[in-house]
Design a protein around this ligand. Structure first.
Ligand code: EPZ
Length: 418
């Protein structure tokens, strides 16, 4: 396994290009299953998770060509409908093949995703939604064995909680269903808008993009489309916070400030200067950091995927911050590691009370999940001395060339074998 070593205390300076969004690439790649006609995707990030879903699609019989960050997917020859445990256990987003497979073939056998470090992460909302569309399934030996007698039937699906991949899964099933489907309490994350754009380009009839109510008029077939993956708002937010921690300045290009409304407000309140362009953001921090409170919420609220990173930033202030994680039940795995670097954080249920200590000290720490490891990178950029972060395969899941990008910003960072 690899580790990353960072020598803290060096302000960042420079320009980096943000990659395509992991959480858009995964559903949009799964959507290629909806039609035998080829799909072209641009700005696909090169991540462990995108390689995993390509492996899963390949196992189903999908072929592809990769040309830089452009991917051409061909599902004309799909020969299987099973997503095996080996693949699903490494990435729960594999569940996103369920909807398109049911819409295309009427059958799917997908391993139940295990829990993960940040919570149980059940898929009951997905399965209840599919049942409303006429799917029957059995759960046995850890697999969901789903099938639909004839064709999916349009219906109204109302989610208890606005689930991101649940909305995407039902949306991808509904586009080929008989009649009209209404999804109520739909998630409104930008990645869903990117999927709506792709499906519309393929000939789907969808009303309500970016709202919590999607109306889908089913069609009988879809066709080729060419779609560009949106920039990764979580990668963007991570680098903005990194500049806040390390000091200095940076220009992030190929990003979309409109996808980070809550974070940008919080960072300005914390003392960063932020200038928003159409597809770029300039950020600098020269003065002292100020403590802010954070409550994670569905989009357009503060993204749970940036909670660990802003917590690392708040450890560097001289005040008190309350960080309330409302989405996942166990998303404080980074707290123990930050404490090893000198942070003063107390957990009270789903809230973390961060008492800023001004500075952290480098230490040997361990990544536990994707965004927790990003939090440790942020902390180590500001810490005194060297930090060794082990198990960086977690980072590889969601950050395209993180070491290269931070080096381009002047960070003292290297990757080496454990
Ligand atoms: C997506 O996960 C993202 N992953 C996550 O990003 C992100 O943290 C999350 O949305 C919230 O924004 C992808 O898009 C691939 P949810 P998802 O369904 O869809 C509960 C990252 O770091 N729930 O919106 O799995 C669930 O337990 C990852 O990039 C049910 O109870 O999240 C959670 O408490 C981590 N039953 C809440 O809803 C269900 O059937 C929201 O989860 C589904 C969800």
């Amino acid at each position: 396994m690899d580790k990353i070593v960072i020598e803290g205390g060096h302000p960042l300076h420079g320009t980096i290009r943000i990659s395509g969004a992991k959480n858009a690439a995964l559903p949009l790649m799964a959507a290629c299953l909806l039609t035998p006609e080829k799909q072209i995707l641009h700005n696909v990030p090169d991540l462990r998770d995108t390689r995993t879903i390509l492996e899963l699609l390949g196992a189903l019989g999908v072929t592809w060509q990769k040309n830089g960050n452009t991917l051409i997917l061909d599902s004309s020859g799909i020969k299987d409908v099973e997503a095996s445990y080996d693949l699903v256990k490494t990435m729960r987003a594999s569940i996103l093949v369920l909807g398109p497979l049911l819409a295309r073939t009427g059958r799917a056998r997908v391993s139940l995703p295990g829990g993960c470090a940040i919570g149980a992460r059940p898929i009951d909302f997905h399965l209840q939604g599919f049942q409303k569309l006429g799917v029957t399934f059995t759960l046995e030996s850890g697999y969901v064995d789903a099938h639909v007698a004839d064709r999916l039937q349009g219906n109204t699906v109302c989610f208890d909680i606005p689930t991101v991949t649940g909305t995407e899964n039902i949306l991808m099933a509904a586009v080929l269903a008989e009649g009209t489907t209404v999804i109520k309490n739909a998630a409104r994350e930008p990645e869903i808008g990117n999927l709506v754009d792709m499906l519309t380009g393929m000939g789907a009839k969808i009303i309500g993009r970016d709202s919590d109510r999607l109306v889908i008029h089913g069609v009988t077939a879809l066709h080729s489309a060419e779609t560009t993956i949106i920039p990764d708002r979580i990668e963007t937010g991570t680098y903005l916070i990194a500049v806040g921690a390390a000091g200095g300045e940076a220009t992030l290009t190929n990003c979309n400030p409109a996808h980070l409304p809550s974070l940008l407000e919080k960072l300005k309140a914390a003392g960063l200067t932020i200038k928003e362009g159409v597809d770029s953001i300039y950020v600098t921090r020269s003065g002292p950091l100020r403590n802010v409170d954070v409550k994670t919420m569905p989009f357009p609220g503060f993204a749970t995927d940036l909670q660990a990173q802003i917590m690392a930033l708040m450890t560097l202030t001289s005040g008190l911050s309350v960080i309330n994680e409302t989405i996942f039940e166990n998303r404080f795995m980074h707290v123990a590691e930050l404490r090893r670097m000198g942070a003063d954080i107390r957990i009270d249920g789903r809230s973390a009370i961060v008492k800023g200590v001004g500075r952290l000290s480098g230490a040997r720490v361990m990544a536990t999940d994707l965004r927790a490891s990003a939090s440790l990178v942020v902390a180590s950029l500001a810490a005194e001395g060297e930090t060794h972060i082990s198990r960086v395969y977690h980072l590889d899941r969601g950050y395209d060339d993180l070491v290269g990008k931070l080096k381009a910003l002047g960070a003292k960072i290297r990757r080496e074998k454990e």
